[in-house]
Design a protein around this ligand. Structure first.
Ligand code: NAP
Length: 265
């Protein structure tokens, strides 16, 4: 089996990365940064986001596993004290694969049918470059509302514990093939009205955002922020691709939620 290790870049994560690399090579596993079967991310959830984007062209061939050197993560759930156990498990046991849904975002531009396609592990956010964001929100081809406010966040189930949660969105179990649309400070008064609640869309529903008064937006895909000019529409739906995690032991999602946000028992 070929493996790669990505590190957050701090000295603790780097030391752990080198240790794991040596241990795994001692078990005759091959280090291959370009075409790994398994990517070990050492750091936090943010580090796994970077690893996901680095290897996004080979999601069907690569499985991910996360070790956290800070607090417990949703994608990084092994602790540094467990790495000997983890290395032996990687080298000796066939692992189970758990797949999580991803978000597909297609941005279309006004000039000549140009479009850009992105995959997000956590979410896509849309904000206006200047002033209030005003967007027609279409769901499954029907106008649902005209949104006015700071922005919109469309998240995956595993991303629902990240930015989405800070916006009052629900936490979705990652076995659900769904996406969630959450508002950022919508304007609601006698003239303007939005639903005001996060919406959860199933796999076969598409959300289309259409600019009303502007064409330039600040759009994030996970940790990446880009300025998009001359935007015609932003389409979101559950992607056909999935991220694959290598599982060597059970760690139920709701236990991770409770340990992360309530108390680490
Ligand atoms: P960052 O600003 O350095 O860190 C954002 C925080 O979000 C980190 O503590 C990170 O955990 C945590 N996180 C990432 N994915 C998560 C998940 N699926 N569930 C729970 N927590 C998660 O940025 P970054 O490390 O590059 O990560 C980018 C992410 O930051 C975005 O995808 C977005 O979700 C999040 N974000 C959140 C807010 C907010 O809550 N108001 C605002 C902007 C962005 P680790 O410490 O383990 O890396």
């Amino acid at each position: 089996m070929k493996f790669a290790i990505t590190s957050k870049g701090d000295s603790v994560s780097n030391t752990l990365m080198h240790k794991m690399r040596t241990y795994l090579q001692d078990f005759d596993l091959t280090y291959d940064e370009d075409q790994p079967d398994l990517v070990v991310s050492v750091g936090g959830d943010g580090t796994l986001l970077y690893a996901f984007h680095r290897y996004r062209s080979r999601l069907d061939k690569t499985a991910f596993i996360g070790v956290h050197t800070g607090h417990l993560g949703f994608y990084a759930d092994w602790v540094p004290e467990e790495i000997e156990k983890l290395v032996i498990a990687i080298a000796k046991t066939p692992y189970q694969i758990v797949e999580y849904p991803l978000l597909e975002v297609i941005i279309r531009y006004n000039d000549g049918g140009r479009e850009a396609r992105y995959l997000a592990l956590n979410e896509c956010t849309v904000k206006s470059v200047e002033g209030t964001l005003v967007m027609d929100v279409e769901i499954k081809g029907q106008l649902f509302e005209t949104f006015r406010g700071d922005g919109l966040c469309i998240s995956t189930p595993s991303g629902s514990t990240a930015y989405n949660k800070a916006l009052g969105g629900a936490i979705l179990h990652p076995s659900l093939p769904a996406i969630q649309l959450a508002e950022m400070a919508s304007i609601n008064n006698r003239v303007f009205r939005t639903i005001g609640s996060p919406l959860v869309l199933p796999q076969h529903h598409t959300c289309l955002l259409k600019p009303v008064n502007d064409v330039d937006y600040q759009i994030t895909i996970d940790h990446l922020t880009l300025l998009h000019k001359d935007v015609k529409s932003i389409q979101s739906r559950v992607a056909k691709e999935k991220i694959r995690f290598a599982r060597f032991r059970p760690f139920p999602f709701w236990k991770r939620v409770s340990d992360s946000f309530i108390t680490d028992k």
